[in-house]
Structures are given as C-alpha cells and as structure tokens.
Design a protein around this ligand. Structure first.
Ligand SMILES: Nc1ncnc2c1ncn2[C@@H]1O[C@H](COP(=O)(O)OP(=O)(O)OP(=O)(O)O)[C@@H](O)[C@H]1O
Ligand SMILES: [Mg+2]
Length: 375
C-alpha cells in the first residue's frame, strides 16, 4: 500500500493552447479512497492516465509512496486500472480473464488459481468462473473487471467511470459494493466520475476539477457545508444550491424584503474588492417559509411580507419532502429558485411563497471572483 502525490502535475496535449491538467496538487493518503469529479472535459481521465503512466507529464511530478514514477512505464508502477468498458477478453473464461495479468507475469498456475478463487469469493463470482463474458450481466462483467485488478494486489487502484455502463439501480448497488470492498482491502484508490452523488457517497475525500484546475479537495461533508467557491457550490448538491446576487446594506445583505445578517469579515472582504453586491448561496433545505399573516415582522417595507417572494411553477412531491421550483424577482431580473418544503404541506402551483435563508446556513461568495467569503 502507498500514498499517491500529484505535485504540480501538468499535462499539455500536443498542439493545445492550455493545459488539460494544470499544476495539479493532491496528496492522497495510504488506503484512502479519493474521487476525482467534475464536468466533461475538466481533466479527470487525463489526471488518472498520468498517474497510470498512459499520458506524458509535461510539468511537475507524480509519486507513489516515496517513488518518483513521473517517467516510469506503466508496468513498473504497481497499479491496476479498471476502465469504463471493462475491456474483458471475449474468448477467455472469467477465471482466465481474471488471471491473465498474472499469467503474463509468469506466476505459477496453482498460485494464479488460488488468487483468482479468492478474488471470486470476495466478489461473489465463484459460480461464474467457467463462463465467457458474453454470458454475464453488466454488473457481473463489472465485477470481473474488478477481480482482474484485485488479483494483482497492486499498491494503487485506478478506476475511470467503472459504473457508467450499468443501469441506475445496479449503479447504486455496485457503488456500495466497490466502496465496501475498497475499505476491506485498504488499497489506495483514485476513482473518476462525473457524477457528484457518486463522488459524495463513495469518497473519503473528493477533489473537484474544472477546466484542468483543482477547485477544492475535501471530505464530502466539508464540500457540502463549506464549498470553496461558486463553482463547487453549484456543482455539489442535488437539487443545486440557490445562488442569488444581492446588494450589501448596513449590517448584512438585502434579501427580498428582509435584511439578512452577514459576518462583518465577509462584507469587508467584498468591499475591499470594490464590490457592491455579494452572491449568497442557500441550499433548498435551508429556506424558511414565512407564514402569511405574520406579514411584516422583520420586513424592510411595512406592507410587504418579509423575505423573497417566490412564485411556484412546479412542485415535485417525493413523499417525505417536496421541492418547489419557482421564480423570484431579484434585482432587475427574474431568477429560478428551488425550495424544499414539508411533503405533507406542499403549496399550490401559481401561489406565492415568501422565503428567508435560515440563520447560520447562508454561504457568502464574492460576486466578482467567486471565492468564498463567509467562514
Ligand atoms: N489525446 C488527446 N489529445 C488532445 N486533447 C485531449 C486528448 N485527450 C483529452 N484531451 C482534451 O483534454 C481535456 C481533458 O480531457 P479528459 O479526457 O481528461 O476529460 P474528462 O474530465 O475525463 O472528461 P469526461 O467526463 O468527458 O470523460 C479536454 O479538453 C479534452 O478535449
Ligand atoms: Mg474521462
């Protein structure tokens, strides 16, 4: 087992104007499950392939344990990779597929058999060892691909979207199995996905990339509670965090007809940049709905109810919860917002809700730079 370190690792594809991966810095702990996540084209696969030795590194370095592997060929890195399209050999049985790398490495037959049987037991594949891949379900093929990686007992597992060929239900099951298996084996794992839910449920830590640049590396909890910038705030969480540009006023920000208190540090930081607004982030579950009738308590204008008026467009009822998709007048424009409400008391389509962010659950970002200002 080993740590993995990306030290300002950079990849510039021939002919490209800017790096596909730009000075990536991540220190992955021994036994850690790290997930690389981000939108299509952000550089996830390139990062993984640099670690695998399948892509040149044009700047910086990569280490596995204390070994600098930056320019080592893939076979000398002691890694095993699981790809999206499993790449099983169709003419070989499951057992032969799983043992193939060991056979090439000249491992004695009996030892291969033992390792394959052990891996098959872990993966619940024992009864399929004699079958060919075409006689397996998608999920079983995926497990064979995992088995092929496991029998090699590598220092590091690399996985690039290994679940994307599975249907939604099987994907959820298999992600739990892979995360559980990784924890049992304790092998350092770097896992690539574009699915933030997968990232948040599987990773010890999650690294968010955008345009080849690392945005944040953190535990799923911190990523959700303290996103480092507007990009991460909008990317992590489903439905996404509401991001609203609001004017700075005395003691806080103006949110519809309410003043919402914001820390002095955040407001000073915004003012130092010459900004008159900040962008506040509120998760759908962090709005309080202001009851009608209690009208103007806390309101800036006497006759209007406090908070921001949201016109209900669509209500999604999920049983315990409901999500209201609505529109609000913000500044000079209109903006879509999502509000979580009690599933037993959902508002009607076309009605108007007045919402205020729950105290202490507000995220404040610089409108100009996007960086987080609140702590
Ligand atoms: N072989 C290549 N030659 C030139 N450019 C490439 C090559 N491979 C990838 N790129 C470019 O590098 C950038 C990063 O690509 P990469 O495959 O790492 O993205 P990704 O995050 O894995 O995306 P996806 O989620 O779609 O798989 C993209 O802009 C892509 O077009
Ligand atoms: Mg990719």
């Amino acid at each position: 087992m080993a740590t993995v370190t990306f030290d300002k690792a950079t990849r510039i594809y021939p002919g490209a104007k800017k790096p596909a991966v730009d000075q990536l810095d991540i220190a992955i702990e021994d036994g850690e499950f790290l997930v690389l996540v981000g939108p299509s084209g952000c550089g996830k696969s390139t990062s993984l392939r640099m670690l695998a030795g399948l892509e040149d590194v044009n700047g910086g370095s990569i280490r596995i344990g204390d070994r600098d592997v930056t320019h080592l060929p893939p076979k000398d890195r002691d890694i095993a990779m699981v790809f999206q399209n499993y790449a099983l050999y169709p003419h070989m049985t499951v057992a032969d597929n799983m043992g193939f790398a060991l056979k090439i490495a000249g491992v004695p037959k009996a030892e291969i058999r033992q390792k394959v049987e052990d891996a098959a037991r872990i993966l619940d594949l024992t009864e399929y060892l004699g079958r060919k891949p075409k006689a397996l379900s998608g999920g079983q093929r995926q497990r064979v691909a995992m088995g092929r990686a496991i029998v090699r007992e590598p220092q590091v597992f690399l996985m690039d979207e290994p679940l994307s060929n599975l249907d939604a239900k099987l994907r959820v099951q298999t992600r739990t199995q892979i995360a559980g298996l990784q924890r049992r084996l304790g092998i350092t794992t770097v896992y690539v996905t574009h699915d933030q839910v997968e990232a948040m449920t599987m990773g010890d830590r999650v690294a968010v990339l955008k345009d080849g640049l690392l945005q944040q590396v953190d535990s799923p909890r911190n990523m959700y509670d303290r996103p480092a910038n507007l990009f991460v705030a909008g990317f992590i969480g489903s439905p996404a965090m509401n991001l609203v540009e609001v004017p700075i006023i005395d003691g806080g920000v103006k949110f519809g007809n309410s003043v919402v208190p914001v820390s002095r540090e955040a407001l000073t930081a915004a003012a130092d940049k010459g900004d008159r607004t900040v962008t506040v982030g509120v998760r759908p579950e962090h709005f309080d709905v202001v009851e009608q009738g209690g009208a103007s308590t806390g309101s800036l204008s006497k006759d209007a109810p406090a908070g921001l008026a949201v016109t209900v467009n669509v209500v999604e009822e999920l049983g315990a919860d409901g999500y209201v998709y609505g529109t609000a007048e913000v500044g000079d424009g209109r903006q879509d917002l999502v509000v979580r409400v009690n599933g037993r008391r959902v508002p009607e389509k076309g009605s108007v809700l007045h919402v205020v962010p729950r105290p202490g659950e507000l995220h404040v970002f610089s409108t100009s730079s996007g960086e987080r200002l609140s702590d």
